[in-house]
Design a protein around this ligand. Structure first.
Ligand SMILES: Cc1cc2nc3c(=O)[nH]c(=O)nc-3n(C[C@H](O)[C@H](O)[C@H](O)COP(=O)(O)O)c2cc1C
Length: 282
């Protein structure tokens, strides 16, 4: 039995739902768990073009965490998402533990923030200067610092790379540090055709992420795991949920088909009409 969590079973993955406005024509944002693109304290222009490359089975990307910075986010993007009825999980990323803590402190006072997602794996070179957490010990230190600054009754998700060699160790470390759930996972480290460091997302990484979810659920049944990586419709969503994930995140698929979230929600609700699967109690 997976641990119960206070959010829905379908979430928009960080960086893949835009600011929300781009997704709104295709998905009902009311009650939708929306993870924002990763927000830094100061604005970031992002990396040089080209930033993405298609492969036969996934998208290679090096966006470099382009974002307007916390102040602008609080003034514009957050209020819009809250008004649209989304349940907003703000993804945060920083260059040092203190930056994560500062982001958490300021977001704890912002109206409408349902929870945080701690981005622990900036995979591309354009994200230079951001904390790259390879060691579970460091990941746990970041999560503990965030947890200290953010109200205990609101969730803090810890997002890890789907790296099988460290998945169980990493999940245990961030869980013990106070994470409400572990998100497995992020993009897999890759390279753009010109060799620049990047992340690989999409169907190519589903089996890798699925294996990580299976291992963590089997070894750490007390840990809530959110699965992600190539979720592109009801079948992949169900595979992660069957593996024991409490929820799934939909990422790159939204760039091809922005109705993906709605389709998965409809499928899960059809399976169990009383479950209101994709939706949250508000
Ligand atoms: C264009 C793009 C931008 C992304 N931006 C972020 C980001 O800002 N923060 C983050 O934690 N993950 C980011 N991701 C990773 C996704 O949230 C997701 O974890 C990853 O792509 C794996 O899921 P998928 O295969 O469904 O896309 C991004 C992915 C893509 C494709």
């Amino acid at each position: 039995m997976s641990p119960a969590v206070p959010w829905g079973r379908v979430m928009v993955a960080s960086g893949c739902g835009g600011t929300g406005r781009e997704l709104a024509p295709y998905a009902d944002l009311e009650g939708l768990d929306f993870v924002t693109r990763s927000i830094t304290l100061d604005p970031r222009a992002g990396g040089p073009s080209p930033r993405v490359a298609e492969t036969p089975s996934g998208l290679v990307h090096a966006v470099g965490h382009q974002n307007p910075g916390l102040e602008h986010f609080l003034a514009t993007e957050l209020p819009w998402l809250v008004r649209a009825g989304a349940r907003v999980h703000v993804s945060i990323v920083g260059g040092a533990i203190g930056e994560y803590a500062e982001l958490a402190r300021r977001l704890s006072r912002a109206p409408g923030v349902a929870g945080l997602e701690v981005n622990l794996g900036a995979t591309d070179q354009a994200g230079e200067g951001l904390f790259e957490v390879r060691e579970p010990y460091h990941a746990a230190s970041v999560v503990a610092a965030v947890r200290r600054e953010f109200p205990a009754d609101r969730p803090v998700l810890a997002k890890l790379r789907p790296d099988l060699s460290r998945a169980v160790e990493g999940a245990r470390a961030v869980h013990d540090a106070g994470a409400s759930a572990v998100v497995l996972g992020d993009a897999v480290p890759a390279a753009l055709p010109d060799g620049r460091p990047a992340g690989l997302s999409g169907p190519a990484i589903t089996p890798v992420a699925l294996r990580c979810v299976h291992e963590v659920v089997a070894r750490l049944p007390e840990v809530a795991v959110v699965g992600g990586g190539g979720v592109d419709g009801p079948a992949t969503a169900r595979a992660f949920l069957a593996a024991g994930a409490v929820a799934v995140q939909v990422g790159a698929a939204l760039l091809h088909d922005p109705t993906t979230v709605a389709r998965i929600r409809a499928d899960l609700e059809a399976q169990d009409p009383h479950d209101h699967s994709g939706r949250t109690d508000r």
